[in-house]
Design a protein around this ligand. Structure first.
Ligand code: UFG
Length: 328
């Protein structure tokens, strides 16, 4: 099978690409490198420097490589930024995905795996979310992901699209034997920021809000290893020829507060660093944890690295081996 990986030079997309190549798929990465890194694309995958806004290039690529399936990771992802630039988020995440789906329809490519998000749920109570839980995003990022899911749903009803929407919780860790890690610019994600504090690359880690209705007052998230996410996507891809619509939550089902993650990094690294309490960040729900039993049952997915210390160990290793990230 020939798979086009949009956003395959980014954090999750590059790990997906490595898993596809390892499993013998012909893999073509399509990325504009606005956020991704050319060095993160493993040998064995073809690389196309292209933008999702470029419909003609998408059609040309799908035709040239006789693409059978598309996996889509190319999106703006920062919740805080999405509250400052909603129009940019809808343009990048919704309009460009509409372009991609129209190019797929024109080229008669009908298998699509979409990187959705736990952010589609919005405010959640302190209990694991199921796929059927109410969806009411509280930031434009989550709303842009939900809009794409709805677009896929109605397109699938025409009979011209089989899709899987993978709603993942907080992707983290490093995959491909700790060679593919998290390198965003500017970095806004909790685990890389804490690791940078532990490495002495920043003076402190800031906690955004300690007055949430959670046990220790800081936000609770479900952290899931990036390679486990990639494995779930692969299982969904393999099932796509026989199913029209699949929606899965992907997480470990256990929530950790910001303070607990800070403690875990201190434990794994053996380093101490300054922790500063700040006011809340806009758009953050207090709790987000996943009930992934549907993915486990229907896809046979079992996370291989579910515990937080092992996840952080892999990230710690990558950051120490790549103190300046991919440096490109
Ligand atoms: N946080 C801090 N200090 C920091 C950075 C983050 O306290 O310096 C807090 C945030 O406020 C939040 C938690 O740590 O409560 C996790 O924040 P991240 O920015 O690491 O991740 P988010 O939960 O905001 O979002 C991530 C992805 C989204 C995805 C979402 C799903 O960025 O793409 O997980 O849960 F949708």
């Amino acid at each position: 099978m020939r798979v086009l990986v949009c956003g395959g030079a980014g954090y999750i997309g590059s790990n997906m690409t490595a898993v596809l190549v390892e499993n013998g798929y012909e893999t073509i990465v399509y990325d504009n490198l606005s956020k991704g890194h050319r060095k993160a694309v493993v040998d064995g995958a073809e690389f196309i420097h292209g933008d999702l806004a470029d419909y003609d290039k998408l059609v040309e690529t799908m035709t040239k490589y006789k693409i059978d399936a598309v996996m889509h990771f190319a999106a703006l992802i920062e919740v805080g930024e999405s509250m400052l630039d909603p129009l940019g988020f809808y343009y990048n995440n919704v309009s460009n995905t509409n372009n991609l789906l129209r190019a797929m329809e024109f080229c008669k490519v009908n298998r699509f795996v979409f990187s959705s998000s736990a952010a589609v749920y919005g405010m959640a109570q302190n209990k694991a979310l199921q796929e059927s839980s109410p969806k009411s995003p509280i930031n434009s990022y989550g709303d842009s992901k939900l809009a794409v899911e709805r677009m896929c749903h109605f397109q699938s009803q025409t009979g011209r699209l089989n899709y899987a929407a993978m709603r993942y919780f907080n992707a983290c860790g490093a995959g491909n034997n700790c060679t593919l890690g998290e390198d965003h610019w500017p970095e806004s994600h909790l685990i890389p920021l804490i690791i940078q504090a532990a490495m002495g690359k920043r003076d402190s880690i800031k906690i955004f809000g300690d007055d949430y209705p959670t046990p220790d007052g800081t936000c609770v998230r479900d952290y899931v290893h990036v390679e486990d996410l990639a494995q779930a996507h692969l299982l969904a891809l393999e099932k796509l020829s026989s199913t029209t619509e699949q929606i899965y939550n992907l997480g470990n089902g256990k929530g950790y507060s910001v303070l607990e993650v800070i403690e875990a990094v201190k434990r794994v690294s053996g380093k101490d660093f300054k922790v500063v309490r700040e006011k809340r960040r806009s758009g953050d729900p207090a709790f987000l944890t996943a009930d992934s039993s549907k993915a486990q049952k229907e896809l046979g997915w079992t996370p291989k690295v579910p515990d937080i210390d092992s996840i952080i160990e892999s990230a710690w290793k990558w950051h120490n081996q790549n103190p300046d990230g991919y440096s490109d």
